[in-house]
Ligand binder design. Sequence first.
Ligand SMILES: Cc1cc2nc3c(=O)[nH]c(=O)nc-3n(C[C@H](O)[C@H](O)[C@H](O)COP(=O)(O)O)c2cc1C
Length: 512
Amino acid sequence: MNSLSLNNLLTAIYDPLNTIYIKSGGEITSQGDPGIIGIIPPIAPGNFGSKTFRKEFNLRYAYVGGAMVGGISSVAMVQALSNLELLGIFGASGLAPEIVEESVVQLKNSLAIERHFGSCLIHSPHDPQLEERLIDIYLTHGVNLIEASAFLQITPNLVRYRVQGLTELPDGSIMAPNRVMAKVSRLELAKRFFSPPPAKIVNALLESGAISRDEANLSQYIPMAQDLTAEADSGGHTDFRPANILWPSMIALAEEYTRKYDYLHPIRVGVAGGLGSPQAFLAALDLGCSYFVTGSINQSCVESGLSAPARELLAKASQTDVTPAPAADMFEMGARVQVLKYGTLFAPRANRLAELYRQYDSVDEIPPKERESLEQKIFHKPLEEIWSETQSFFSQRDPAQLKKAENPKYKMALIFRWYLGQASRWAINGLTERQTDWCIFAGPAIGAFNEWTQGSYYEDPMNRRVGDVALNLLYGLAVLKRFSLARDLGLVPDELPLPLKPLAPEELAEFI
Ligand SMILES: Cc1cc2nc3c(=O)[nH]c(=O)nc-3n(C[C@H](O)[C@H](O)[C@H](O)COP(=O)(O)O)c2cc1C
C-alpha cells in the first residue's frame, strides 16, 4: 500500500460512521466498484456493550459514571450523564441520609421521566441503621437502581430492596422493579450476587411482613444482582486486581451462574478500574464486558463535587502518582483505598495512624513524644479535643458507637477515623490550610487520561465535562475498533500506532 492510500485510509477511519470500501492495493473506492476486496463497516459509539443493558436503562451508550463518595459524583454529574443517555450513579456514600434524600428527589424531579439514574449503597458494617434508612429512602422515592459496593455478604436490607415489588408477568417472566448493580473485586463475593437472594433472609423478611409470599417465591428465580461490575485496580475502595485477569474470570462466572440457576435473563458483567483511554476501553470490550464504569477521570471534571484546586492536582497526576492508603471506614480490618500522592501527604500520615493502631491498644499507650507529634502534625489539636468532637458527633448520629468506644481500642479507631474521614472533606471543600492532608481517591486511570489529553482542549480541568469525556472515549473506541479491522485486513503495518487525540466538543459532535 502506498503512503497516499495509507493516509486516505487513516483519515477515513477517523469518521467511524462512514463505510470504507477498499480495492486491491489498499486504495479507497466507492460502493459498487467490482474491484472491492474489503469493507470496514461503520461503527457507532452507541453500539458497544450489552443491548439489553442499554434497553433496560433506556441508554444510548453502555457507559456508567460510577458512584463517588460524599457527592463527588454529584447531582449535576448524574444529570449531565443522564441528559446524554449515559448512566450516572449519585455518590450517596458518606452523606447524611437527609442530604441523600434531598438529592435523589432533586434528580427524580429534574430528569426526564424516561431517564434512569442510580444511587450508591455502600456497606456500612459500623452503622447498620444507616443502610436501613437509605433503603427506606430509595424505596419511598422510587430510586430503582442502586450501586451496592463493599458488601462482604448479602444483608436483609439489600434483599428487601431487591425483592419488594417482584411481579410475575403474563408471559411467565418476572418484573423486578428494583435493580442492584453490585460492585465487587472478588469471585467469591460475586457468587453471592449471582445467586438468588438467600432463602434464610427471604423467609425472615416474609415472617416480619416486609415482603409478601408471592415476592418471596419469585425471589428464588432471579439473581441478587442482574448487573455486576468487576472492579479492577481503581480509585476508591480497591483490591488492586489486574483487569485482564479479573474481568474474564468474572464474565465466565456470570455465565456459569446463569446456567446453574437457569435464569431467563443472562447476568451482565460490567467492568471498572483503569478505564482512562480509548485503548483501555478496547481491551475491556474485547474481553467481553457488558458495560463500562469510570470513576477517577470523572472526578477531575467540572461537574464533580471535588473542589477546583483539588481537581487541578488530579489533572496533573501521572499513572504513578497514586498510592494505597488505609480506608477510613474499615481501616481496622486492613481495608485500603487508592489515593493521589501528588501534592498531598495524606497517604504517609494515614499509614502512620494505621500502624499505631496495630501497635497500641489505646491512645493512652502511645508514647508522649509520638502523641505530641500526632497532635501537632496530623490532628492540629490535642487528642482530647478530637475525642470530644467525636463524642458530640456520635451522640447525635449514632450513640451506639460511644457505647462501643468504652473499649479503648475502639475509641482509638474513632479518633483516627476523625482524621481519615475529615481529610476527604477538606479536599472536597478545598480547605487550603489543610492541603497537605487532602485525601483524594484516585486510580491510575487518571494518569492515563492526563497522558491522552495532554496538549488537547481537555488538558485544562476547567474544560473537562463528564459527557464530553465519556463520548470522546467511546468515539476513540470506535476509531480504534476500525483501525484494528484495517490491521486484521493487512492494510496497515503492524507497528503503526494510530495517533488519537480527543476532540473538542464541537468537533466531536460530527461523529456522535
Ligand atoms: C473519588 C472516588 C470515590 C469513589 N467512591 C465510591 C463509592 O462511594 N461507591 C462506589 O461504589 N464506588 C466508588 N468509587 C469507585 C468508582 O465508582 C468506580 O468504580 C471506579 O473509580 C472505577 O475505576 P477508576 O477509578 O479506575 O476509573 C469511587 C472512586 C473514586 C475515584
